[in-house]
Design a binder for this molecule. Structure first.
Ligand SMILES: *Cc1c(COP(=O)(O)O)cnc(C)c1O
Length: 394
């Protein structure tokens, strides 16, 4: 419904949450609080709309998301949904949301109203579990197409930001899916490429704003879960590494862990220019439109195969519809045109080029009626949360 892979898990998560609350006889109202750079907020609003016992408050940077993302976010309708534009950047919004989560005074106010906070970000394990199905589903499709026989190993190239999607691939392998290599594909913010190559994670580097914005991340939160698992559940080691990351900005893995990781993970990265070229190449050669994030996966898949000679079939995990980033895709297809149309105009132009019919999610963009949203500053976000909860209290 919102044109990115996060939709699948965010459709399931609200119902997992309800089932868990039912089982634990928890009758509190769940307040989902999310800072978003675009994708998560929209998909969370869609997944949680009108789910009983839940309310969603989404904060987005006023000038930090694409026109399409903003239109999508502002047109989600449901009595339990609240969207707030923040006069600041994504990091400020995210930092304040984390502060709100950790504020004992706010927690006490919520508790006195039979409410509690929860998260729709991928720190919530309910976001990761449903994603495991992608890998089994893809494997099943390859079997049906006769590309592989039962038991054959398959590689997956995964465009990676917070390490949630690729971690689901790791869990799929642990569940017995014959996975060869998981290729961790990064953009110019290639902190993970360096990590899987050298064993050192170092966030002390320049942050680049790229044309694959959903992967512009320097601290990849779910990597911690991978380290916990490959170390055999060594919580002490993982805690020490995470403290080093927080205090010194870097940490290095013990050699034997790096060796273990390299048996399953490979890694490549792509620059913005390479992404443009890849979107163009795939369209010319396969008559198929891909989005900029998927292009990173495609580049990584081809580069890995060339450099390693690994002959196993490789699935490129597509993470968004090209219609979510129509400006970048149009530019890539025709880089002789300097400045292109934006928003809905860009989508219309792309639709004329696309040999495939439009999906319902894209059609919906044309009928959306964006609503006015609340506006606040980072400092006033906690106040805003209380105001929203008070106003809508029954
Ligand atoms: C979220 C997102 C990613 C990164 O996925 P992670 O699970 O955070 O690694 C990649 N591409 C798109 C389009 C996304 O929305």
């Amino acid at each position: 419904p919102t044109l990115a892979f996060k939709d699948v898990a965010l459709q399931v998560l609200p119902h997992l949450l309800q089932a868990a609350k039912h089982q634990t006889k928890d009758t509190k109202e769940t307040i989902i609080l999310t800072a978003t750079s675009g994708d998560t907020g929209t998909a969370a609003l869609r997944g949680f709309r009108n789910v009983a016992g839940t309310r969603v408050i989404v904060f987005y940077p006023q000038h930090g998301i694409s026109p399409i993302q903003e239109a999508q976010m502002r047109s989600q309708q449901g009595d339990n949904l609240h969207v707030v534009a923040v006069k600041g950047n994504f990091d400020q919004a995210q930092t304040t949301v984390k502060e709100i989560f950790n504020d004992p005074t706010l927690a006490a106010v919520l508790a006195s109203h039979q409410q509690h906070f929860s998260s729709a970000n991928s720190m919530n394990i309910g976001r990761l579990i449903p994603q495991i199905t992608y890998y089994f589903s893809a494997y099943g499709q390859l079997l049906r197409q006769g590309v592989i026989q039962t038991g054959d190993q398959v590689n997956f190239a995964v465009p990676t930001g917070n390490f949630g999607d690729i971690l689901a691939g790791y869990y799929a392998a642990k569940l017995g899916l014959p996975v060869g290599r998981l290729i961790c594909a990064s953009n110019k913010n290639n902190v993970l490429t360096d990590f899987f190559t050298t064993g050192t994670y170092d966030k002390r580097r320049e942050f680049f704003v790229t044309n694959s914005p959903s992967m512009d991340i320097l601290v990849s939160s779910n990597l911690e879960r991978l380290l916990f698992d490959v170390s055999g559940g060594d919580a002490e080691l993982v805690q020490q590494l995470m403290h080093e990351l927080q205090d010194q900005g870097h940490y290095s893995l013990p050699t034997e862990l790096l060796t273990k990781l390299k048996q399953l993970f490979a890694t490549e990265y792509a620059t913005p220019d390479e992404i443009q070229t890849e979107i163009n190449r795939v369209f010319k050669e396969a008559n198929y439109l891909i989005d900029p994030h998927t292009a990173v996966g495609s580049i990584a898949a081809h580069r890995y195969r060339t450099l390693s000679g690994d002959p196993r079939p490789c699935v490129v995990v597509a993470t968004a519809s090209p219609y979510k980033f129509p400006e970048t895709v149009l530019q890539a297809l025709d880089n002789t045109v300097p400045s292109q149309s934006t928003g809905l105009d860009a989508i219309e132009q792309l639709a004329q080029i696309d040999p495939r019919p439009l999906t319902a999610g894209v059609e919906e963009l044309f009928t959306n009626q964006p609503q006015p949203v609340l506006t606040t500053t980072p400092a006033a976000m906690p106040r805003m949360v209380l105001d929203i909860l008070k106003k809508t209290d029954k």
